[in-house]
Design a protein around this ligand. Structure first.
Ligand code: UD1
Length: 417
């Protein structure tokens, strides 16, 4: 089993380039199934989640080919198969994003229910409700969501919670439905706007992405196109927090600074210098850190995907900081690993109270999910001595060349085994 070993105590200094957004890429690969003709997706990150998603659509009958380092060409015939078995959904929960596109393109989708995962329960009720409102028949059968339609029709959907995945699945189904669909209380994440832009580039008529209401006028078919995915705000945010926590000085390049506002605002509250210029964010952790309170919320609230990394930073921030995790209930589990490194954290329900200590100490720790893994890397970078992180396959799911990028910033980090 591979491990990451970090010798802590080195401030990160230099520049680092952020890749394409994992979550936008996974959705775009699913949405590519809607097109007749070749789709070229650019700025696709080379990470294991993307590889798995591409393998899944290949098994459904699509063809894909990497035409350059970050550009993948996808072509999907009319007679795609439509079952994503549990084995695949288990490997990649985001494969449930195939529900909307398969239903729209083939009229059928059988997707295994994802069940629970390390970061909490991941229900699909809102996805199903939306598709039913567009005229699909949906039943739960032997652990599968089985959806069929003889032709989707536009409809109204109100989401009780602005779920990212439900918004995306419903958008992908609605673009080929007959008539107009109105989806209310939708997710407003940048990845939703990116999906709308991609769908529109393929010939769809989607309006309102980035606001609470999305209106979609169905079209008979979508065409192949060339489209470039947005930069990964969570990868960028991870470097920003790592720079701050190590008292470093880092230029994070190829970002859209507005996507990072919720994090930037919190880092500034913590007395970190954050400067934005065009597509670069400059982070300096010079002055004494100040404690902060944060609550994870749907965008433009503070992203749950950045909560763990910030928790690692707060372990060495003098004073008491409070974190409330409102989106995925199990994400505070990370506290147990950080405590093994000397952090002082009390978790009760969805709240973590972090009391800053002068220094973490390196030891052996275990990543329990992707973002917890990133947080442990930050903890290792600031800790005294050596930190060994196992279960690093979680980190490979979402970070491209992370060790190389950190080494380029002066970190002493290696992969062994
Ligand atoms: C996506 C992101 C993930 C991010 C999350 C929240 C992808 C591949 N993953 O996940 O990185 O952490 O958004 O920003 O894009 N819920 C329901 N019923 C549903 C669907 C969701 O109750 O039908 C609840 C979930 O339990 C959770 C909350 O809604 O508490 C948010 O989930 P959702 O926005 O759907 O996250 P994902 O799309 O799974």
């Amino acid at each position: 089993m591979s491990k990451i070993v970090i010798a802590g105590g080195q401030p990160l200094v230099g520049r680092v380039r952020v890749g394409g957004a994992k979550n936008a890429a996974l959705t775009a690969i699913s949405a590519a199934l809607l097109a007749r003709g070749d789709v070229y997706l650019e700025n696709v990150p080379n990470i294991s989640d993307v590889e798995i998603m591409l393998e899944i659509i290949k098994e459904l009958g699509s063809q894909y080919q990497w035409v350059s380092q970050d550009c993948v060409k996808i072509n999907s015939p009319d007679n795609l198969s439509y079952t994503t078995p549990y084995q695949q959904v288990k490997k990649l929960r985001a494969s449930n994003l195939l529900l909307g596109s398969l239903l729209a393109r083939v009229g059928k989708a059988n997707i295994a229910l994802p069940g629970g995962c390390n970061i909490g329960s991941r229900p699909m009720d809102l996805h199903i409700k939306g598709l039913v409102n567009l005229g699909a028949k949906v039943e739960l059968d032997h652990g599968y969501i089985k959806a069929t339609t003889t032709g989707l029709k536009g409809g109204r959907v109100y989401l009780d919670f602005p779920s990212v995945g439900a918004t995306e699945n419903i958008m992908m189904a609605a673009v080929l439905a007959k008539g107009q669909t109105v989806i209310e209380n939708v997710a407003k994440e940048p990845e939703i706007v990116d999906l709308a832009n991609f769908l529109n580039a393929m010939g769809a008529k989607v309006r309102g992405a980035g606001t609470d209401v999305i209106k979609i006028q169905g079209v008979p078919e979508l065409k192949g196109v060339r489209y470039s995915i947005i930069p990964d705000r969570i990868e960028a945010g991870t470097f920003m927090v790592a720079a701050a926590a190590t008292r470093g000085d880092v230029l994070v390049e190829n970002v859209i600074p507005t996507h990072l506002e919720p994090l930037t605002a919190k880092l500034r509250e913590a007395n970190i210098i954050v400067e934005e210029k065009d597509d670069v964010i400059h982070v300096k952790g010079e002055a004494e850190f100040k404690p902060i309170d944060l609550k994870t919320m749907p965008y433009p609230g503070f992203p749950t995907d950045m909560q763990s990394q910030v928790m690692a930073f707060l372990t060495i921030t003098p004073g008491i900081s409070i974190i409330v995790e409102n989106v995925f209930e199990n994400r505070l589990q990370l506290a147990e690993e950080l405590k093994r490194m000397g952090a002082k954290i009390k978790v009760e329900g969805r709240t973590a109270v972090v009391e800053g200590v002068p220094q973490l100490q390196g030891t052996q720790v275990k990543a329990s999910d992707l973002r917890a893994g990133a947080a442990l890397i930050i903890a290792g970078l600031i800790a005294q001595g050596e930190t060994e992180i196992c279960n690093i396959h979680y980190i490979d799911r979402g970070y491209e060349n992370l060790e190389d990028k950190l080494t380029g910033l002066g970190a002493r980090i290696t992969r062994v085994g």
